[in-house]
Design a protein around this ligand. Sequence first.
Ligand SMILES: Cc1ncc(C[n+]2csc(CCOP(=O)(O)OP(=O)(O)O)c2C)c(N)n1
Ligand code: SF4
Ligand SMILES: [Mg+2]
Length: 282
Amino acid sequence: MSPVRNLGTYAQNTWCPGCGNFAILNAIKSVLSTLADEGLPLENCVLVSGIGCHAKIVDYINVNSLYSIHGRVFPPAAGIKLARPELKVIGFAGDGDAYGEGLEHLIFSAKRNIDITAIIHNNRVYGLTTGQYTPTSPLGFKGRSTPLGTAELPINPLELMLASGATYIARGTSHGLELLKKIFKEAILHKGFSLVDVLQVCVTYYDMYEYYDKRIYELKDHNPNDYDQALNKIREWDYNNDAPIALGVFYKKEAPTFGDRFLRSKDETIDRESKLREIIKA
Ligand SMILES: Cc1ncc(C[n+]2csc(CCOP(=O)(O)OP(=O)(O)O)c2C)c(N)n1
Ligand code: SF4
Ligand SMILES: [Mg+2]
């Protein structure tokens, strides 16, 4: 077995001690290192992040990366993939980032089946801006902007992703490193739009370690190719009730990607361009 590469950087880590982001960082570094051993050069990987505590992850990994803006992880990630199809593109987004501010971009990435991976640091709070509620905060969540508790139910982002056409949907937690490594690797190797929702604990504004540890279990005897089974499992815990919380791969499907359909062959692209020019002239 080859040694794990040192993918660290000189950037000073400013996450709070005990933050769940450390698990995501360690898992992704280990997976990139393994994939490099297995033939995916690190220089062929590109990381894209949003804005928030999670976004700093790209500062701490010595791989090409792009810091985007809040809610805009997936448009540049899609652009990179379409311009350079040989690259593996991994987007890191917060829950406020992906499920709030940039929700439409997430939906359209799934709808188009763009061949990129979305890793969502779902701490269910705006961490960097000190504890406001997000689309996945539970009903009654008390934070900086809702001192008396929210009056809204959370969304179930996995159900939304299934309905939008994502072809790989999984969930892990920041308390389960081995499972995170397994699903990150599978998600990155999946051809099409893959999303991993990580229940990431924010020890400062929303510490849910105990809550999750009491409820989580790993999916067994589950057929991820079955849409109805996936939907049932995804609905079991709706990010608000007290049901058991399933972890693992809920859904996966092989389907043509946006790149397959849009780029197709060079000749077809040229032919399409000339047809478009004719239409514009007419
Ligand atoms: C367009 C835009 N809107 C709002 C902000 C302010 N802002 C920066 S980080 C952040 C919250 C981040 O929350 P989340 O995406 O959940 O990431 P976390 O900090 O929890 O990792 C907000 C609202 C911004 N930088 N840009
Ligand atoms: S505020 Fe929360 S998410 Fe941000 S670094 Fe601290 S523990 Fe992590
Ligand atoms: Mg957050």
